[in-house]
Write a protein that binds this ligand. Structure first.
Ligand SMILES: *Cc1c(COP(=O)(O)O)cnc(C)c1O
Length: 500
């Protein structure tokens, strides 16, 4: 299995290089040179395996260099931290709609599925590359990646983990989760600005030769825990394939029969994982891209023009408050017929002018596979209310965006195939907003709101979210975007040298 870059189809990289580097030196994203197809035998075998067994089959196709016992240990250790034995079970609402519950990991959002495994992949990649350098994981977060990356990499030997989040851009509970991470190898800082500012800052540091040299002098190298790292995407492909097999084994779908998938989207990572599942052979009919008020992707899918020059909205689904969807670059590469120089040109236009337009051929290929719409804040609130009152199911605001758009798709197309909606976070993680949507008064205090939501719904809140307000704050740095490199230097200068 070889990997290429979205901006250079001629380079060939091994899986371990791709995991270690995170992003290609010329700024492109790594992806498989050929997408492996599931064989009928593999599908048969996986049907009778549990989640971790299925994960091993799928992941071994992308990381054939990992020895089987090692992969099994990694997957089993990673998912032992999940509160549900099915890891990513599907629950069923009425009307052939299922929720893939992706929030049973330690930080209560779907990012855990990849980020509990990524440290194992990273350690393997370091060994496979015979790389003695310490890894510095550098991450921009819109709220959930940060905590999931901290939970995955805290205390991992030979690794430092640095998280930047937009000041005021994350929920109170998300912030508390991050700033109370106690381990010495963790650094968390707020950046004045929104997620795009934060993500751009991180990307600039990644590709800045001077920053890399300073790091090299310390015996370290950068890597990424954002979904620009292929090691983030590959584990997410598994749950779409697993959910499909579950639908078939529950008799809700005949083998080979098509279904739709609706994914609440920000950086285009999770829905791209579904696209890979489809490309590998899962019979996904339409990939439905659900945005919040920051609907840059809706316009792109409908009109073929991507334009980030638009107002930025702070919504109650903050993990999707994004105007520059990094992973779209991987899809563009596929839509250009895997043309690195054309993809690079589109990305240069995005950087210079903040917009680009794809041609008709690319747009036709796009709309054959994708459908897009968005939910306003009112739509999101209504969706939380309706799902709770009509189905007795509590959903978080991100999932609510997905539920609303799944309904719009059915209305617009009349397509009533079974639909899987990615349920990306626990409603307790966004307790304050969920309470407000259910017309219950929030208390304004994280613990209080979680308790109130538990009382209202009769559900038990996930353990990791209980008692957050009382934990000691370990990180209080706030910086300007142009100080991010300085924050990194200062943190690393306090870290012991040659830490193993
Ligand atoms: C990150 C996140 C999303 C968006 O996922 P992308 O991969 O960025 O599209 C949606 N919901 C929640 C809860 C998230 O944490």
């Amino acid at each position: 299995m070889q990997y290429v870059s979205t901006r250079n189809s001629t380079i060939k990289r091994s899986a371990d290089t791709v995991i270690r580097e995170g992003i290609s030196p010329e700024g492109g994203l790594y992806l498989p040179a050929d997408i492996p197809a599931l064989t009928a035998d593999q599908i048969d075998t996986m049907a009778s395996l549990d989640y971790t067994g299925r994960a091993q089959v799928v992941l071994s196709m992308f990381f054939p260099g990992i020895e089987a016992t090692r992969l099994r240990n990694a997957v089993e250790t990673a998912y032992a931290s999940f509160r549900h034995p099915g890891v990513a079970p599907v629950s069923h609402l009425g009307d052939g709609i299922g929720l893939i519950e992706l929030y049973h990991g330690p930080t209560c959002a779907f990012k855990d599925v990849a980020l509990q495994l990524l440290p194992h992949l990273m350690t393997w990649a370091q060994e496979a590359g015979d790389d003695p350098q310490r890894i510095v994981i550098l991450t921009a977060t819109s709220g959930d990646t940060g905590k999931a990356a901290l939970a995955g990499f805290a205390g991992v030997p030979g690794t430092e983990i640095i998280v930047f989040y937009p000041d005021e851009g994350v929920s109170l509970i998300q912030k508390l989760q991050m700033v109370t991470q106690p381990e010495d190898n963790t650094c968390v800082a707020a950046v004045k600005g929104n997620f795009d500012t934060t993500q751009n800052g991180v990307k600039a540091i990644f590709t800045d030769p001077e920053a890399q040299k300073r790091l090299g002098d310390r015996g370290c190298r950068f890597s990424s825990a954002n979904s620009i790292n292929w090691g983030r995407l590959a584990p997410q492909i598994v749950y779409y394939i697993s959910a499909w097999l579950d639908l078939v084994s529950a008799g809700r779908l005949k083998p080979g029969e098509g279904f739709n998938v609706c994914v609440p989207t920000g950086n285009f990572g999770n829905i791209l994982a579904a696209w890979y599942a489809r490309s590998m052979g899962a019979p996904i009919h339409k990939l439905i891209c659900a945005s919040n008020q920051n609907n840059v992707l809706t316009e792109f899918i409908r009109e073929g023009s991507y334009d980030k020059n638009r107002p930025f909205f702070k919504t109650m689904s903050p993990s999707m408050d994004i105007l520059i969807s990094s992973n779209l670059e991987r899809l563009l590469y596929e839509l250009t017929g895997r043309d690195g120089s054309r993809t690079g040109k589109l990305m240069a236009e995005l950087k210079d002018k903040g917009r680009y337009q794809i041609d008709d051929e690319m747009h036709t290929a796009l709309t054959r596979q994708f459908w897009g719409a968005y939910a306003s804040e009112e739509d999101t609130a209504q969706s939380i209310r309706d799902t709770f009152r009509e189905q007795g199911v509590l959903i978080d605001p991100h999932t609510a965006v997905g539920m609303h758009v799944a309904g719009l798709y059915r209305e617009a197309t009349g397509d009533t195939r079974p639909m899987l909606v990615a349920s990306t976070a626990s409603p307790f993680k966004f307790a304050t907003d969920v309470l407000a949507c259910l017309d219950a008064d929030p208390t304004g205090d994280a613990d209080g709101d979680i308790e109130r939501l538990a009382a209202l719904s009769g559900e038990t809140p996930p353990g990791p979210l209980v008692g957050l307000s009382g934990r000691p704050v370990a990180h209080d740095t706030v910086c300007e975007p142009d100080q991010m490199a300085h924050v990194i230097d200062r943190f690393l200068s306090h870290r012991p040298e040659g830490l193993s």
